[in-house]
Design a protein around this ligand. Structure first.
Ligand code: GLY
Ligand code: MN
Ligand code: MN
Length: 459
């Protein structure tokens, strides 16, 4: 049976055009200090096409569908220190390659593969220094023109092809992402319950205690680790959008915002829950929580095939704008109605990020947010964050796309802002697979309704 990776290689090869050849290296290893390196993470594009997670590897794919892999050679001494290497010989059958060679030979072998090809595709933006290496390989081809070699005259960014492929997840990917969502949901439950338990026992609960629970559940579930650094933000820290789990005390009466997701088999999950540290929302906390939840429900209802990527965001903003007026966060005498709030972007004071992003191998996954088939069409939209005019219509949602749905409210003290809401930060985030008729939420094993969160924390 052909592996999913071989199928993807065949689909990419079919798009390279006659005489096309693609070079897709994996990620480099990164040193941390002296003999210590950062935990290795493969390049997502490379892994998408190979399922191979060793460093120092490069895939070369030709339009005729033939695949060549350059990978680390077998080396007993290095394997004693660094671990098992598949090696070129086994790579052919294990990974379904047509040929595989030691990566030590890439500078001599790759130019020969480039000879007499018309166009070379490689990732323009993701690998520092690759442009110079490609140029060096092409120079070697040019040096052989008198021997009859033709050098590719055109170059293309292979990511433009791969981004479109990765944007629509196949069944293999969705199965992994559902499992990642389940593990992450369990981790959130575990962290919530730990907070409640520690506060009930009168213990000194810190953000790092909850971070430890997340990590425990990720690894217990077989995940590689975090898909991004976990945000565990107690009290006012929730208003810092890129806060990291630190050591602030988790105090009774405060909310805790946790934005955390595991990476499983190379796929990210991305969940945010906001909960009362002691298990019971105060009145103002609940009022804001219900508003964010209502806005998320509106966004979920707008997430379906045929709608545009921006529709869930617009639905969120409509609900939040009205709620901000109703709760007195925004002055009704200044803004007559929600349309004014939206037109003047007044909601931005409390809601300053987008409602979603593509999710996949990368937490902010690849894929264009504009509709490629309409790149020449005019749009009258303004960008949700910058307020600038956008000239292209937003992407039409299709089955198999995966997006987060993550509205929030962040209330920093400011003149006219009711004190009862000061320092409250709330975000609710779930991962959604777009379907024909709506969307499938794959992270809902962790409760989201305020009552359900309180019940969970009582248990
Ligand atoms: N955790 C990153 C994000 O929500 O976008
Ligand atoms: Mn997110
Ligand atoms: Mn998140």
């Amino acid at each position: 049976m052909t592996s999913v990776y071989a199928q993807r290689r065949a689909r990419l090869a079919a798009q390279l055009g006659e005489g096309g050849i693609a070079i897709i290296p994996t990620a480099p290893e990164r040193g941390r200090n002296r003999d210590n390196s950062y935990l290795y993470r493969h390049d997502s594009y490379f892994y998408y096409l190979t399922g191979f997670s060793e460093p120092n590897a490069c895939l070369v794919l030709k339009a005729d569908g033939s695949s060549t892999l350059f990978c680390q050679p077998k080396d007993l001494e290095r394997e004693i220190w660094d671990g098992y290497r598949l090696g070129p010989e086994a790579a052919v059958s294990t990974l379904g390659m047509d040929a595989a060679f030691s990566v030590d030979d890439i500078d001599t072998r790759l130019p020969r593969l480039l000879e007499n090809q018309d166009k070379v595709w490689w990732p323009f933006a993701t690998h520092e220094g690759l442009a110079a290496r490609v140029e060096g390989w092409l120079q070697k081809v040019r040096a052989r023109t008198r021997a009859g070699a033709l050098c590719p005259a055109a170059q293309g960014d292979v990511c433009t092809l791969l981004d479109e492929m990765r944007l629509i997840k196949d069944a293999h990917e969705l199965a992994i992402m559902r499992r990642a969502g389940q593990i992450s949901a369990r981790a959130h439950i575990r962290a919530m319950q730990r907070a409640a338990r520690m506060l009930r026992a009168g213990e000194d609960c810190r953000e790092y205690h909850l971070d430890a629970e997340l990590l425990h559940e990720f690894r217990q579930g077989g995940a590689e680790g975090v898909a991004y650094d976990s945000i565990v933000a107690a009290g006012p820290n929730a208003c810092v959008l890129h806060y990291r789990a630190d050591k602030a005390p988790v105090r009774s009466g405060d909310l805790v915002l946790i934005d955390a997701g595991c990476e499983l088999e190379g796929y990210a999950s991305d969940i945010t829950r906001t909960f009362p540290a002691n298990g019971t929302f105060t009145g103002p906390q609940r009022a804001l929580y219900e508003l964010v939840l209502d806005s998320q429900k509106a966004a979920i209802a707008a997430t379906r095939a045929g709608n545009r990527f921006n529709d869930p965001h617009d639905a969120t903003v409509a609900v939040l704008a009205q709620g901000m007026l109703d709760l007195g966060l925004l002055d009704k005498s200044k803004y007559g109605n929600a349309q004014d709030v939206i037109a003047q972007r007044a909601y931005f004071q409390f809601y300053m990020h987008r409602t979603g992003h593509w999710l996949g191998m990368d937490v902010h996954d690849c894929g264009s947010y504009v509709e490629m088939s309409e790149v020449d069409a005019a749009s009258t939209r303004t960008d949700a964050l910058s307020g600038e005019a956008i000239t292209r219509p937003s992407r039409i949602l299709r089955p198999g796309m995966v997006t987060t749905i993550e509205p929030g409210i962040y209330v920093r003290p400011a003149p006219g802002v009711p004190e009862q809401f000061h320092h409250i930060g709330i975000r609710i985030e779930d991962d959604a697979v777009v379907t024909e008729t709506g969307c499938e939420l794959i992270t809902r094993d962790v409760p989201v309704e305020a009552d359900a969160i309180e019940a969970l924390m009582r248990d």
